[in-house]
Design a protein around this ligand. Structure first.
Ligand code: NAD
Length: 454
């Protein structure tokens, strides 16, 4: 059995050594999940709903424990981690209503009765990234279980601890152990086996566009269903008619939250040229005001990067001669700390086009609405974005023109459990969350019953 070391990114201390699931372990889990799924799907809808509500209640009772574990494993500030654990509870609560509401349709046809059923797919494999381990896992497992499926979750190698704990809490809540199992391990072993195993009927993959493309290609050989949530390089568009003070004060939090390790990070700030200088004057104190430090401290707003390897990737985007406008502070000593960094590069620079996934933002001036839209769309990604303007006609026009799945006007919100979330273009395929998510874990079956003559 191989193992993997889990490191606290704020202290560089070894937290735990986690056993890695091998191929035989995956195949065994799939076989057991297949049996458990049949039993689960046969249970009364109200019984499945009650089990999911019980799961939500057990998560609620362990919010502090889960949050502390995420702080230690991922370096998330404690306030954020508590929100994340509470979000898992809310996602479970929301989808606990679904088993009793997946009602299908009765369609008027000649000669009989025509009805549709939303049949579960079977065993679903959920592959998660390291940036928001437990929330992203829940976006897959909660609606999939609600729709009558079994779920196997493979957490990212660096951050498996909260997902492993959620697996234990599920059992405590009465979810059958074989129905919902967490399989820590390598992407090249567990993740790839989910893709090749014929009894895994759907993959929910969240991670890089590079790996997501491979997952989709592999799934195609079995016409396996996929939902993909991939990378982003989102724009925060600031027009000269907006509340500039508010736009500048909030911009750091739209990109430096979770130390920029956020697929929705607004990592390109586009500012109308007429207010560019004033915006930069306002942005500087806002960036320097972000509280960076010990993630266990309630006042902390930004923690360290997740690992040494990721720190090196991010640091490579800020060489000594980088066009740095200004930077925030970061602790010295142990931990993978990186200061919030504001760059003013030319439009074609790789810091403008690559997803850096760290606390590095580029600020670019634009001339008019058409220029802003074309700059915002000049990327293969299309996940989120913000538009700042007091002209609501413009707010709506630009929202419709930006090729992105999740936009906000005069705010930076993007993820709510009750609204759909996902990407345009190479940011993904399909949608998670919102009222329709359970449907993406079902097949529509149409049944026609002939009515004989009296
Ligand atoms: P990654 O693609 O390296 O890994 C994601 C997961 O895939 C991990 O669990 C990994 O072990 C697994 N994996 C690796 N190789 C695999 C393979 N060959 N087959 C199957 N699985 C494999 O991504 P990451 O570095 O963990 O996460 C960062 C990326 O995730 C960023 O690009 C970010 O934008 C993206 N992300 C997207 C969303 C979204 O909702 N759109 C949310 C969070 C993160």
């Amino acid at each position: 059995m191989t193992t993997s070391d889990v490191i606290n990114p704020a202290t560089e201390e070894l937290l735990r050594t986690v056993e890695q699931t091998d191929l035989a372990g995956v195949d065994d889990a799939v076989a057991r999940a297949k049996v458990a799924q049949r039993d689960w799907a046969r249970r009364a809808p109200a019984e499945r709903a009650a089990t999911l509500r019980d799961f939500a209640a057990v998560v609620d009772a362990h919010v502090d424990e889960l949050a502390a574990l995420e702080v230690a494993n991922s370096g998330h500030p404690i306030g954020n981690a508590q929100w994340e654990a509470g979000h898992v509870r809310d996602v479970l609560q929301f989808y606990s209503a679904s088993p009793e509401r997946l009602s299908g349709k009765q369609i008027p046809v000649a000669g009989g009765l025509d009805v549709t059923f939303n049949e579960p797919l079977g065993v679903v494999g959920v592959i998660t990234p390291w940036n928001f381990p437990m929330t992203i896992a829940s976006w897959g497992f909660a609606p999939a279980l609600a729709a009558g499926n079994a779920v196997l979750v493979k957490p990212a190698e660096w951050t498996p601890l909260t997902t492993i704990r959620l697996g234990e809490l599920a059992v405590e809540a009465g979810v059958p152990a074989d129905l919902f199992a967490v399989l820590p391990g390598k992407g090249s072993v567990v993740g790839e086996r989910f893709v090749t195993h014929p009894d895994v009927r759907k993959i929910v993959f969240t991670g890089s566009t590079e790996v997501g493309t491979r997952v989709m290609a592999g799934a195609a050989t079995q016409v396996k269903r996929v939902t993909l949530e991939l990378g982003g390089k989102s724009a925060n568009i600031v027009f000269d008619d907006c509340d500039l003070e508010k736009a500048a004060a909030t911009a750091p939090y739209s990109v430096f939250d979770n130390a920029g390790q956020d697929c929705c990070a607004r990592s390109r700030i586009l500012v109308q040229r007429t207010v560019y200088d004033r915006f930069m004057e306002l942005l500087e104190p806002a960036v320097k005001g972000v509280v960076v430090g010990d993630p266990t401290d309630k006042a902390t707003e930004m923690g360290p990067l997740v690992s040494k390897a990721h720190w090196e990737t991010v640091a490579a985007y800020v060489p000594d001669d980088a066009p740095v406008a200004f930077r925030g502070d970061a602790p010295s000593g142990p931990g993978f700390w990186f200061p919030a960094t504001v760059l003013t590069p030319p439009r074609t620079d790789r810091t403008v086009t690559d997803e850096i996934f760290g606390p590095v933002v580029t600020v670019l001036p634009f001339d008019d609405e058409a220029d802003a839209i074309s700059l915002a769309n000049d990327t293969p990604y299309g996940l989120s974005g913000s538009i700042w303007t007091d002209n609501m006609s413009r707010g709506l026009r630009v929202s419709r023109a930006v090729e992105s799945g999740n936009l906000s006007v005069n705010s930076h919100s993007s993820v709510r459990y009750n609204t759909p979330f996902g990407g345009f273009k190479q940011s993904g395929l399909g949608r998670e969350l919102g009222p329709d998510a359970p449907l993406s874990f079902t097949e529509t079956k149409n049944v026609f019953i002939a009515i004989g003559d009296a």
